[in-house]
Design a protein around this ligand. Sequence first.
Ligand code: SF4
Length: 501
Amino acid sequence: MSLSKRNENNFLAAVKSESDRYLPILRQWAKRGVHRNPLDNSLLINYPPITAASKVTPENYAACKQALAGLRPDSSIALYIHIPFCSRRCSYCNYYSVSQDSVPDAYISLLKCELATYKKILGQKPVSIQSIYFGGGSPSLLTERQIEAVLGFINNSFEVQPQAEVSLEFHPEIIRKAGVNDYLKTVSVLGINRVSIGIQSLDDNVLQAINRGHSRREALDLLALLMQQGFPKVNVDIMYGGLPFQSINSMYDTLTGILAHKPTGISKHFCEIKPGSADFSRYKTNPAIYPDWAENIRLQTLIDMLILKHGYHKELLHMYTHIQPLFSHQKQKWNSKETILLGLGPGTYGWIFQPGIARNMVIYKTFSLEDYRRKLLEGSLPLERLAALDKDETARRHIQYALNYGCLDKAYLQSLLAGASDETSREINSTISALGKNEFLGETQHTYKITPLGEYLSDEIKALFSSQQVLNHKADDKIHAAHHWYPGLDLIKRFKNILLK
Ligand code: SF4
């Protein structure tokens, strides 16, 4: 047996022994209906979920405009720019995207139109842009000229902070583009300083089964090129959870292949099997080709142990880096009472949280390109649903987002609860105490911290802080329920009942 094979076997034995420490407890929870399940995952995408938000009315539309117009002059804004075009459809995907190989210039005009609409509502006050994120879809379908046009428009309309993080997601298929080296150089000159590559897996069987449209070789070649290009931050996305044919050995091989290039960050994503995706029907007929919950526990342990062993630390529960800070866009989104995110493009979301304003606001945008275009041309913001959050719901939202870091500062928690009702404060404190008793949360002098056991149910633990109103709501619209999936509500209710009984 080769030395590397022996090292791999030894490492995988250590992974098994580590995950076996927690499996008996997790099995007990699983018997009571609480386990990480790709069909019933409760990943917090946004709080409250779209189906619990209200349809747009003249009144809440006016309140949203008022919240934007009332921003303090020194406000910092994060921009998310959605590029909803992909050359094909991955089997796990149910996002809004249109299948085509390029981004029409007409779409760039619509993005500019939306930016101009926001600018008009914000008025002349000097708000600044803290981060810009081109996500998708497949933003690497944008041409250099299109990226320049969008960034140029933003620079001319707003003050962009000198240290702003400007991110672009890459699909590995771009490696086949003629002149890819020149493309990367230009993109870097245009100001993109963080790139993120959706590798997901380096197992060609898995990649083929999920219709990713790239091979292991192509993904590694692109990663090498991005590293050579000298982007200050290079992130790699990997997936586990609901990927067919994924195994411990293929994950080990994926991680060692990626770690050999030492990207500045690695993000792990638990892949849900979402209604509307090709995997949803495949899973129903052939569940055996997907890892079961116990195998996913092992996969999660492997990812954690191997990445940490290579000198990375965890900046977020699902994000590892060997530099600081990894990702200011996420920080702006997740760890502050003041956070403003504007999503541009159809199918996006945003929010306005600023202490002192009458109501915080969560914004969901229209889903189709047609609606997006029509509303913009009418001179309106292309909104679909809105939720105005009172202090109780705001506290619940901020706790869930802060827990993405794996810990909750006690002083921060107290400041959130100071504005909340007695009933909400009591319930949140009882939840924290029950999580502690069940060893999902640990405690230091200044913080509560998700324990290694708790990490296996971290999405579920975060969702426990949702209000009864949100947990009990019934999705009234299948399209929205599918696109902004929040299906684990029954699981969370079970979890909460058991914990708080
Ligand atoms: S997962 Fe991403 S790349 Fe794949 S089809 Fe969906 S939006 Fe496109």
